[in-house]
Design a protein around this ligand. Structure first.
Ligand code: HEM
Length: 479
């Protein structure tokens, strides 16, 4: 088996990756602007009509989940392409379906008024209470289905390529080394990509199924599904899909830290065991989103709580420990990309702590509908996943920005990110509800701190992705 990169990406492949990063940067900034607007509204610094707040919340939530996945896919595809032969047109098709799907969602939400949140819980899309028309719900759900189909094709192509080289998914997960004596395990990128393709294919199939059922229900109202089963399907899909964005993005850490330090990241048995364990656990942990649903079987909720404690931890521990070990006394020369990768691992680790607290049933029954939840997921997504993808953007190395500019961009982004996420967590601790457009006077102060921090995040992100756009032509030619 090959444990070092042996394929060089073609110019077309590199251009496709840069196109992904450009879409990632543009959509990320747009969604961040909507997030800032919501926080300004909660801080009573601007006044949005309530329907615009909930449309913005729907677009922001859906768009952020999608854009995190686009960034993760760019990372995965670029580095996986060093080991196996991938199909560029399938990769490009996924970007096209994403772009068209995102445009459909923007239209359905801001023109059609659809505002059922990114969770589109059945039967809400069809029961709008006069807030939106049937066509808007259909266009929104259709956009999601299109995006999901693109991602399914993307993962099927990675499956084809990995199977072509490694013969089976278990070999690609490193089982001959984990359970046997094979001295040459597959590289971390192969292991991570295999895990992601397994869990995301499962998630996408469930997501697409419930979307189709909801779409039929919009046209034929007699065609229904049990609301709790639909919720299970939606959260299985949503939980797996958003977790997979981190597992895709972390590949950049496995590939680049060894380049920076000159120390290889060779998967050992704990590493392989962690990825295999999380492949199963990430799919079993989703009931922690349904701890407040009294109709759920109790054994499933207890299973959800216990599994949540361990689901993501194995990968996080081997990655954080591995990153520290590889950097320790390596003489690494810190630059923007290395800093963002490191902060990405930190943000991921920091965000998991409040998430695990929230997955505990007695805590969840008090905290789940508070801002504690946006607090934990913004930590591991914004300071974790997004930071890692931004590290990849920086590594593409097209910026001629000065060291001072880069340092400023980095610290503005990090300081803003910490302020925003802490304002959410602090508000959650005080019991301030999530998804409220209008606040009581005593809630406004922390929302203003959040809004100020959010503005910093937006400025930092403009500084981090701006150089990519300014030098897009050049960016396409190198690396
Ligand atoms: C400048 C950065 C950001 C700001 C200012 C921001 C702001 C917000 C605000 C104000 C909410 C509504 C909170 C509530 O009252 O319930 C929210 C929700 C959300 N945000 Fe962000 N956010 C940012 C970045 C991100 C990122 C990077 C992601 C993911 C990659 C993300 C994903 C979400 C999701 C999934 C929701 C839940 C929407 C819902 O409840 O339906 N956000 N954000």
């Amino acid at each position: 088996m090959v444990t070092h990169p042996d394929l060089v990406p073609t110019l077309g492949a590199r251009r496709a990756v840069i196109a992904y990063l450009a879409v990632f940067g543009a959509v990320l900034l747009l969604m961040m602007a909507l997030g800032l607007l919501m926080r300004l509204n909660q801080g009573a610094l601007v006044t949005l009509p309530p329907e615009i707040f909930y449309q913005s919340m729907t677009v922001h939530g859906t768009g952020m989940v999608g854009v995190a996945s686009i960034g993760g896919a760019a990372v995965l595809w670029y580095f996986l392409g060093r080991y196996v032969r991938l199909t560029t047109w399938v990769f490009v098709l996924n970007l096209l379906t994403f772009t068209v799907g995102a445009a459909m969602i923007l239209f359905a939400d801001f023109v059609g008024g659809f505002a059922a949140a990114w969770t589109f819980l059945f039967p809400l899309p069809a029961k709008a209470g006069g807030q939106w028309e049937q066509w808007a719900a259909m266009v929104h759900l259709g956009g999601l289905l299109l995006i999901g189909t693109g991602f399914l094709l993307f993962h099927l192509d990675t499956a084809r390529a990995i199977l072509g080289r490694y013969g089976s998914l278990t070999r690609a997960l490193g089982w001959p080394s984990l359970f046997g004596n094979d001295p040459e395990p597959p590289p971390p990128t192969i292991v991570a990509s295999t895990m992601v393709l397994i869990v995301n294919t499962m998630g996408l199939v469930f997501g697409a199924s419930v979307l189709v059922i909801s779409l039929i229900n919009l046209v034929v109202p007699q065609f229904t599904i049990d609301a709790l089963i639909a919720k299970n399907m939606i959260y299985f899909f949503g939980h797996v899909f958003i977790n997979a964005t981190i597992y895709m993005a972390v590949i950049v850490v496995y590939e680049l830290l060894p380049e920076y330090t000159g120390r290889p990241w060779k998967p050992n048995r704990p590493f392989l065991a962690a990825w295999t364990l999380s492949t199963v656990l990430v799919m079993v942990a989703y009931p922690h989103h349904l701890l407040m649903d009294f109709g759920m079987p109790h054994w499933l909720l207890i299973l959800g709580q216990i599994v949540s404690y361990v689901s993501g931890l194995p990968i996080l521990v081997v990655t954080a420990f591995g990153a520290l070990m590889i950097v320790y006394r390596s003489g690494l020369r810190w630059d923007l990309a290395a800093g963002l990768l490191f902060i990405g691992v930190f943000g991921w680790a920091a965000g998991v702590v409040p998430a695990i607290i929230d997955a505990t049933i007695i805590v969840n029954s008090v905290m789940h509908n508070t801002l504690w939840v946006p607090g934990h997921f913004h930590t591991y997504l914004l300071l974790g996943q997004v930071a890692m993808v931004l590290g990849f953007v920086a590594w593409t190395g097209k910026t001629r920005a000065s060291q001072l500019f880069n340092a400023l961009a980095f610290w503005i982004f990090v300081a803003g990110g910490i302020g925003l996420t802490q304002s959410f967590l602090y508000a959650g601790r005080l019991g301030i509800p999530r998804r409220f457009a209008e606040y009581l006077p005593e809630w406004i102060g922390q929302a203003r701190i959040g809004a100020f921090s959010a503005a910093l995040v937006v400025i930092g992100t403009v500084m981090l992705v701006g150089p990519l756009f300014i030098r897009l032509n050049r960016a396409m030619a190198v690396r």
